[in-house]
Design a binder for this molecule. Structure first.
Ligand SMILES: N[C@@H](CCC(=O)N[C@@H](CSC=O)C(=O)NCC(=O)O)C(=O)O
Length: 282
């Protein structure tokens, strides 16, 4: 018994788009996630690309808007799209703002009260989800991770913290230095407390500055230059500098005219799937 409840299944590019619900051990509440199984999964276990979405999103957002399934079908990659926070905890203030609490779990394990009991998105993504995925035709020894904005922060930090879990990493417009930006400072103070040394353990630019070329096949980041959040919230240049210091190959592409939304993500999704498929097929 996997404990997974299949909520819906839809034919999509020769494979299946599925939505699951389960009682989460780490979160202590029911959680939902989306899985795209490409046609190749009918022949055997396929590699997995985990996609972490941004603030205000659910497991459905990128499933509907990112246009990733067509490329995943071509390259034989499964897509796993989790939710962005616990839901139903009903903690005081958890729905007062769109950048903290519900829809804004920031992919960390909270240590502060009242968040610590349920806001455990790091352990959920890194430990519980792979165990659940083993019950599907998925090869969790070949997993990559990608994400957007808050999810880009999640993808970069979880890849850097758990290189044994994720073999490839990429991001769209990631919050690349959360310790320096209002979104990150608010989330880290709320979930982790005021100690900035603790924040550094969850900050992609700080983690990368201490690393030594952990992803020799490179990291891919796309960033729109018409992104309204770029100057105040994202700091790709901090991650770029940290990669240079660490000897980490980075392809950081800056695109004139593209904003922060899913039209931008759709435009470059094929390249991200190719990036991950190239690493995970070896
Ligand atoms: N409500 C906000 C906008 C919220 C927003 O733009 N969310 C982004 C992620 S931002 C960083 O994590 C997102 O992906 N939204 C979903 C979508 O469908 O675009 C505001 O008022 O500005």
């Amino acid at each position: 018994m996997s404990g997974l409840q299949l909520l819906s299944e839809h034919r999509c590019f020769g494979g299946f788009q599925r939505f699951y619900r389960h009682d989460s051990r780490e979160i202590g509440l029911p959680m939902q996630f989306a899985v795209y199984l490409p046609p190749q999964a009918e022949q055997g276990a396929v590699p997995v690309l985990v996609y972490l979405a941004g603030l205000t999103c659910t497991e459905e957002t990128a499933t509907i808007k990112a246009g990733a399934q067509q490329w995943a079908a071509q390259h034989g990659l499964a897509l796993v799209m989790p939710d962005t926070s616990p839901r139903g905890a009903n903690l005081p203030g958890d729905s007062d703002s769109w950048d903290f609490g519900v829809g804004a779990g920031f992919y960390v394990d909270a240590t502060e009260q009242p968040w610590a009991a349920h806001y455990r998105m790091e352990s959920y993504v890194v430990r519980e989800l792979p165990e659940l995925l083993k019950t599907l035709p998925l090869d969790v020894s070949r997993m990559g991770i990608c994400g957007h904005s808050m999810g880009g922060h999640g993808a970069l930090t979880l890849a850097l913290k758990y290189p044994g879990v994720f073999r490839s990493v990429s991001a769209f417009a990631p919050i690349a230095a959360p310790g320096r930006c209002p979104w990150g400072q608010k989330a880290f103070a709320g979930y982790l407390g005021e100690d900035r040394e603790v924040w550094k353990r969850h900050d992609a630019s700080e983690l990368m500055a201490q690393a030594r070329n952990p992803f020799p096949e490179g990291i891919l980041i796309d960033q729109g230059l018409a992104d309204k959040f770029l100057a105040e919230q994202l700091y790709p240049e901090a991650f770029e500098a940290a990669c240079a210091k660490a000897g980490q190959p980075l392809t950081l592409r800056r695109h004139a005219g593209y904003d922060h939304g899913y039209y931008f993500i759709q435009s470059f999704m094929a390249d991200h799937v190719v990036h991950h498929a190239g690493v995970l097929s070896k």
